[in-house]
Design a protein around this ligand. Structure first.
Ligand code: XIL
Length: 366
C-alpha cells in the first residue's frame, strides 16, 4: 500500500503534462457551468469531467468526509462520482466505535467503508487517538494509568485489525499539538505520558502493517510555531524509528484567514524531506467572516481552493486532497461556529459552486 501510494506520487510528474492536455477540453466545458455530469442521459461511456477523473490523471487522490449512509440519493451519487477517497466524518471515532467499555459497534462505519470499496474509493481512517469524541465511560471512568494504557491498546488493536486491508491511511493521532507548539494535555498524556504518541503508532502498525500512519493536525498548514512543532515531532519520531508515514494538514480555513500558498508549499516540502507523504485532510473555506457580497465571497473562496489544489499538485510529497464534506447541505461549520456558512464545493442543492470549478481548472493545469 505504502509502495503503491509512493509510486503514484512519483508517477504524477510523468502524467501531469499529458493528462492536463488530454482532459483540458472537458474541464473547460465543465468550468462553463452546470452540473458536471448526467450519467443516466448518456448512451455511450464518454469520459466525465469529474474531480475524480481529473485528479486520477494527475496521480492525486481527491476525497471527502462522509456522513453515515444511506442518505438522499444525490449524496451518494455525487460522492462516488467526484471523489476517489473517503473519510468517515465522525463514526470512526472512539465514542461511536466503543460506546460502552468493551462493546464495539462497527455497523455504521462498516456501511461507509463498504460503500467506498464498492465505488473503488480509498478510505482514510479518522481517527484512532484524539482528545475529542470521547464517551462518558472513558472521561468519567476514574481509570488508573495502567487501565488507560490497556484501554488505548485494546482500542487501537481492535479497530486497526477490524479495518485491516480496508483503510489506506490512518490518522493515528489527531491534534496532538497546541497552538503554541506544546504537546496538548489530554486524557492520553495523563494516562500514558507524552510517549503515548509513539506507542499509538506502534500499536497501529501492529494492527495493520500495510496502512500508512499519519499525524493529523489543524492550524499548521503554513509556516509558524505550530507547524514547526509538528515538524519537530515528526522528525524525532522518524529518527526514533516510529512507523510514521505521513502528515495530515486539516486546512479548515476562511476567506479572511488562510495560509499563503507559498508557506503551505514550504511546509509540505520540509515534511516531504523527512520521507513523509502529506495529505490535505479536511479542507473547507468559511465565508461568514466577511462583509463582501456573497458572489465576491464565493469567488474569494474559489481562489483559495484553487491555490491549495495547485500547491498539492506541485508538491511531490502531497498525494491526497480531501475536503470535509462536499455539499453545503451537510457541513460541520454552522454547528461549530454557530453561524450559517457555505464552506464546501457544492451548494445545498448539489450544484457545483465557483470553488468546484476552481478545482477543475487547477486539476486541468489551467
Ligand atoms: C468534526 C465533525 O465534522 C463533526 O460532525 C463532529 O461533531 C465533531 O468533529 N477536526 C477534526 C475532525 O479532526 O474530526 C472534526 O470533525 C473537525 C475538526
Amino acid at each position: 500500500m505504502l509502495g503503491d501510494l509512493r509510486k503514484r506520487a512519483s508517477r504524477r510528474r510523468l502524467l501531469a503534462g499529458a493528462a492536463s492536455l488530454g482532459l483540458g477540453a472537458l474541464a473547460t466545458a465543465c468550468a462553463g457551468g452546470g452540473p458536471p455530469s448526467t450519467p443516466a442521459a448518456k448512451p455511450t461511456p464518454t469520459p466525465e469531467p469529474s474531480l475524480r477523473g481529473l485528479a486520477q490523471a494527475r496521480g492525486l487522490k481527491i476525497g471527502s468526509a462522509a456522513l453515515p449512509l444511506p442518505r438522499e440519493p444525490l449524496y451518494q451519487e455525487t460522492l462516488a462520482r467526484e471523489f476517489s477517497m473517503l473519510t468517515p466524518e465522525y463514526t470512526m471515532k472512539l465514542d461511536h466505535l466503543q460506546p460502552a467499555q468493551g462493546r464495539y459497534e462497527f455497523d455504521q462505519t462498516d456501511a461507509i467503508v463498504d460503500f467506498a470499496r464498492r465505488e473503488a474509493m480509498d478510505v482514510r481512517g479518522h481517527t484512532l487517538v484524539w482528545h475529542g469524541a470521547l464517551p462518558d465511560w472513558l472521561v468519567d471512568g476514574g481509570h488508573t494509568t495502567g487501565e488507560l494504557r490497556s484501554i488505548l491498546r485494546d482500542y487501537i488493536l481492535t479497530v486497526g485489525k477490524h479495518y485491516r486491508g480496508k483503510v489506506v491511511a490512518w490518522d493515528v493521532v489527531n491534534e496532538a499539538i497546541r497552538g503554541d507548539g506544546r504537546l496538548r494535555d489530554t486524557i492520553w498524556t495523563a494516562g500514558l505520558g507524552p510517549g503515548y504518541v509513539d506507542v499509538a503508532f506502534r500499536w497501529a502498525h501492529e494492527a495493520d502493517p500495510d496502512a500508512m500512519l499519519f499525524l493529523n493536525d489543524y492550524g499548521g498548514e503554513g509556516m509558524g510555531p505550530k507547524s514547526d512543532a509538528v515538524y519537530s515531532l515528526a522528525k524525532e519520531m522518524v529518527e526514533r524509528g516510529v512507523p510514521l508515514h505521513g502528515a495530515g494538514l486539516q486546512m479548515h480555513v476562511s476567506i479572511a484567514r488562510s495560509p499563503s500558498p507559498e508557506d503551505v508549499a514550504s511546509n509540505i516540502g520540509r515534511l516531504g524531506g523527512l520521507g513523509l507523504e502529506v495529505h490535505i485532510t479536511e479542507m473547507d473555506v468559511r465565508v461568514q467572516d466577511s462583509t463582501l457580497p456573497m458572489d465576491e465571497r464565493l469567488a474569494a473562496q474559489a481562489r483559495i481552493y484553487g491555490d491549495m489544489m495547485r500547491v498539492a499538485l506541485d508538491a511531490e510529497a502531497c498525494t491526497a486532497f480531501v475536503t470535509w464534506g462536499f455539499t453545503d447541505r451537510h457541513s460541520w461549520i454552522p454547528d461549530f461556529t454557530g453561524n450559517p456558512d457555505a464552506a464546501l464545493l457544492f451548494d445545498e442543492a448539489y450544484r457545483p459552486k465557483p470553488a468546484y470549478r476552481a478545482l477543475v481548472e487547477a486539476l486541468s493545469g489551467a
